[in-house]
Design a protein around this ligand. Structure first.
Ligand SMILES: [Zn+2]
Length: 57
């Protein structure tokens, strides 16, 4: 088996990462990932997001 490449692509969109935002490719992707963990929501401007009502208030 070949060794894994050192570079891990952006987990959000799969693009090569930018040093300033590693392992993400941009501030937006970083925010998207943070948003997932913090709120469980997917906040991606310009992209429709299905609503998951797992928690009822
Ligand atoms: Zn990205």
């Amino acid at each position: 088996m070949p060794a894994k490449p050192k570079t891990t692509n952006c987990p959000i969109c799969g693009k090569p990462p930018v040093a300033a935002y590693r392992p993400f490719c941009s501030a937006r992707c970083k925010q998207v990932d943070l948003g997932r963990w913090l709120s469980g929501d997917y906040v991606i401007p310009g992209q429709p997001v299905p609503e998951n009502d797992e928690e009822e208030s």
